[in-house]
Design a protein. Structure first.
Length: 293
């Protein structure tokens, strides 16, 4: 089969949506203590528990994306946030459903569902799950976060594998929930964001640079947008083989901070995800994010 669909669907679906999934740096393996950040990075550390946050999205918000490789449209995805509860705590449920279209199904059929449960004040993650159906490969995994013991662990429900626990910091986010956390932050061009993150297998800091502000046309119309680039120097796979590889996110420069576009350039071509529809029920209310002084 042609090589491009498989590379896109396995390596870059998570990368295009989950900043932390590709911006791994200062990885801390199981059984190791979390090191202190060097002073030049510590000044950019964002503490999710205490940082000021703004209500940028509404419960019930549903974002629809079109995904492609070069000029080919190969998939669609839906990113939605809903009110929920987790172990009797009020939470938000963030779900990302991705599926290939009929064209890509002929090469490599994908039906993936990722779900993140986060605190309703966007201060930490509770759980991250990923149900992946990719070609002949099926996998069902979880990352579980304990804010009391400050531990995270990983479970593969498909084969019974368990990893952890690993040490985490207060306010640690998962690879999907971090996207909505970033939307709640007040950032400007030149800022660098360092956010505690874990996938259950290890703890790592996510490094994100706010490189510039642009005005351009997107599928939803003309917007001013912040351009954010996560650090990918430690990622492997197709990125490791790409000398000038990059991942870039465009967030609208307004109160919503909509993820208008995500794109990546690697040796095998350009991959992208474009926001094509924003659905917010009229009865939806803005997320009540606590602002902590």
């Amino acid at each position: 089969m042609p090589r491009f669909p498989k590379i896109l669907l396995i390596s870059l679906f998570p990368a295009l949506f989950a900043v932390a999934g590709v911006a791994q740096a200062a990885i801390v393996p199981e059984g190791s203590e979390i090191p202190e950040l060097p002073p030049e990075l510590a000044v950019d550390y964002v503490d999710p528990v205490t940082v000021d946050k703004a209500a940028t999205f509404a419960t019930g918000e549903k974002l629809k994306f079109r995904l492609g490789w070069s000029l080919f449209k190969v998939a669609k995805a839906t990113l939605q946030v809903e009110p929920d509860s987790y172990n009797e705590e009020t939470s938000l449920k963030i779900s990302l459903e991705a599926r290939t279209n009929s064209f890509a199904d002929a090469f490599y059929k994908v039906r993936n569902l990722s779900t993140s449960w986060v605190a309703d004040d966007m201060s930490r993650s509770f759980e991250y799950s990923a149900v992946q159906k990719e070609g002949e490969r099926n996998r069902d995994t979880q990352a579980l976060f304990d804010p009391v013991s400050l531990k995270a662990r990983y479970k593969n429900n498909s084969n019974g594998e368990e990893i952890g626990p690993v040490d985490i910091l207060p306010g640690t986010f998962d690879p999907l929930g971090i996207v909505f956390f970033v939307r709640c932050l007040d950032f400007e061009v030149g800022d660098r964001l360092v956010v505690p993150t874990s996938n259950g297998k290890e703890f790592f800091y996510t490094f994100i640079k706010v490189v510039k502000k642009v005005e351009r046309r997107f599928s939803l119309g003309r917007y001013e947008a912040y351009v954010l680039e996560p650090d990918i120097k430690d990622i492997g796979g197709v990125f490791k083989r790409s000398k000038n590889g990059m991942i870039r996110f465009y967030f609208s420069a307004d109160e919503q901070k909509l993820p208008l576009r995500m794109e990546s350039e690697v040796a095998v071509g350009k991959f992208w995800a474009e926001l094509v529809d924003v659905g917010t029920p009229e009865e939806a209310v803005s997320v009540a994010v606590a602002k902590i002084d």
